[in-house]
Design a protein around this ligand. Structure first.
Ligand code: G4P
Length: 526
């Protein structure tokens, strides 16, 4: 058990679309021997579209609607990469997946630095104080100066970067990276074999005359100057600050040409945490605790159109997953028999014999499980709840056929419990038009599709002009006054907690600064 726990690394990549997440994932899988051909992640995607119609729109839009977990072995480690949907239309699933990760890799484009979606995902990582690595990608082409990039990350996110590798350039061409720890130069060969790289040249520090022979005078002078600056700021990594998510070990490379990926992966495995002790209502739970505990972070319906069941994704926190064992769902008190665990390679289901802390398993479910449920083989140690995240898009649900109202209510109730969409009310639960909220608009398309195909309800969504929301706490009269003054809508979630929907992020920020009698929350308060 100890051996299995300690060799596990469960993480997610956070990035903005186009930063190169698919490409990097592919290269990481190559190292794990999990795939043999670069390009096969994309090829697999295309092949799947031909055979499955889980959400025809997935095919129409050519994107992956839901996230999955990829598992592979490398140098004795068992790596679980939680894949987060990277399209513009990302959803709450993307956020929730981060609840199951023990660390994150922030992937940045060297010309763009921190972008909008990176920032949002970073905030969720920060809430959980998980350690974050940074990989600056696309270094095969000239980008923003690396010192400038690091300054930007620090200014934007308030997180310091500790570069463990440093890019070498003569101003126009990328020449390679210098590994500060190993004092090794990894030289870049344009057009080189993707996957195989030359062994790094060991140098005795940057004063070594060998450096100039390898890089030329201009690039050497530049590198020496930059590394001197970095050394003044400190050479090593402050491990306590890193563990708290305050300092990010930073790497430079190019996923496309598979350059700098291997040194990154090696250091990542060295520093990334194994499954940690998790707080619970019964005190901290050690991953090596004998009893089985897990929590549900995602539920997916109809992945396989031939089966009408749902799959609940559980992150194992302690103990061993034993097929056949019955565990308790603490919320309902009901027993759940663990089936053969399903693990995921992309969207292909693969049954495995057992699973350990850090692993993600899919459990067949007929509607008994919800997001945030804790499963345990003994006792009742509830884990921290997975909160609903503040939606960014809102719409009123209009029902052309009023006779279908009951079906609509049932559908909205079930789909919101499943976490597919959030439902709000302005005029009470039986009011004429419920409001739905989502983190990404794709969730709306999924909602309409599922209402029609699973509940027989043809509904329409009228978009509302709100872009930001916060749960609010404070005197009722104050909440109403602020709502009216700022032209914000006051709505209630299904637990009757009030939220204000704002017309822009700017208005919301103004409210938060000015209205001291109220407190605003990005996630639903307890
Ligand atoms: P995503 O999953 O984060 O959205 O990004 P993806 O990997 O699909 O990469 C987005 C684009 O960036 C792709 O180009 C990809 O080839 C390119 N890219 C990824 N890593 C690097 C890199 O290290 N260097 C350079 N120069 N480009 C990189 P595309 O033209 O949009 O797609 P494709 O035709 O190559 O598939």
């Amino acid at each position: 058990m100890q051996k299995e726990v300690r060799r596990r690394r469960t993480f997610a990549i956070i990035s903005h679309p186009d930063a190169g997440k698919t490409t990097l994932t592919e290269k990481l899988l190559l190292y794990g021997g999990a795939i043999h051909l670069a390009g096969s992640v994309k090829a697999r995607r295309a092949a799947r579209h031909a055979t499955s119609d889980w959400m025809e729109m997935e095919r129409e839009r050519g994107i992956s609607v839901t996230s999955s977990a990829l598992q592979f072995e490398y140098r004795g480690f068992r790596i679980n990469l939680l894949d987060t949907p990277g399209h513009q239309d990302f959803s709450e699933d993307t956020y929730r997946t981060l609840m199951a990760a023990d660390s994150a890799v922030m992937l940045l484009d060297n010309r763009k630095g921190v972008e909008e979606q990176t920032r949002k995902l970073f905030e969720v990582c920060r809430l959980r104080s998980i350690p974050i690595f940074t990989f600056i990608n696309k270094c095969d082409r000239v980008g923003v100066s690396p010192l400038q990039l690091l300054d930007d990350v620090e200014a934007e996110l308030g997180m310091a970067c500790a570069p463990l590798t440093w890019p070498v350039s003569d101003g126009t061409n990328f020449l390679g990276v210098y590994d500060r720890g190993d004092r090794a130069l990894h030289l870049f060969e344009k057009g080189g074999d993707h996957g195989a790289s030359r062994p790094p040249a060991k140098v005795a520090g940057l004063e070594d005359p060998e450096v100039e022979i390898l890089l030329g005078a201009a690039a050497t002078a530049r590198l020496r100057e930059e590394v001197e600056l970095l050394d003044m700021a400190g050479a090593g990594l402050d491990e306590a600050a890193f563990a708290a998510g305050k300092v990010s070990p930073t790497f430079f490379g190019s996923a496309l040409t598979n350059f700098g990926v291997e040194p990154f992966l090696r250091r990542f495995l060295e520093y990334a945490p194994a499954p940690p002790i998790r707080p619970s209502s019964e005190g901290p739970i050690h991953p090596e605790d004998e009893r089985f505990t897990a929590f549900i972070f995602k539920i997916q319906a109809n992945m396989d159109p031939k089966h009408r069941d749902r799959l609940a994704f559980a992150r194992i926190c302690s103990g061993r997953y034993n097929p056949g064992e019955t565990v308790t769902n603490l919320r309902s008190g009901k027993g759940i028999r663990l089936t053969e665990p399903q693990q995921f390679f992309g969207q292909e289901r693969e049954a495995v014999e057992t699973a350990w802390p850090g692993d993600v398993v899919g459990i067949h479910d007929r509607g008994n499980l919800r997001i945030g449920d804790t499963l345990a083989s003994k006792g009742s140690p509830a884990f921290e709840a997975i909160p609903p995240f503040s939606p960014e898009h809102f719409a009123r649900v209009q029902l052309p056929d009023p006779l279908r109202r009951k079906h609509l209510d049932k559908g909205l109730k079930e789909l919101s419990e499943e976490g597919a969409v959030q439902v709000f009310y302005q005029d009470g639960v039986s009011g004429p038009a419920p409001i739905v909220g989502a983190v990404g608009t794709l969730q709306f398309d999924v909602l309409l599709h599922r209402l029609e195909h699973e509940y027989g309800v043809k509904a329409r969504l009228d978009p509302m002009p709100y872009r930001d929301a916060r749960w609010v706490e404070g005197p009722d009269a104050e909440i109403r006054r602020v709502g009216t003054a700022l032209d914000a809508a006051l709505v209630f979630d299904r637990n009757d907690k009030p939220l204000l929907l704002f017309r822009s992020e700017w208005v919301r920020q103004a409210a938060e600064t000015r209205e001291k009698a109220l407190s605003f929350h990005r996630m639903a308060p307890e």
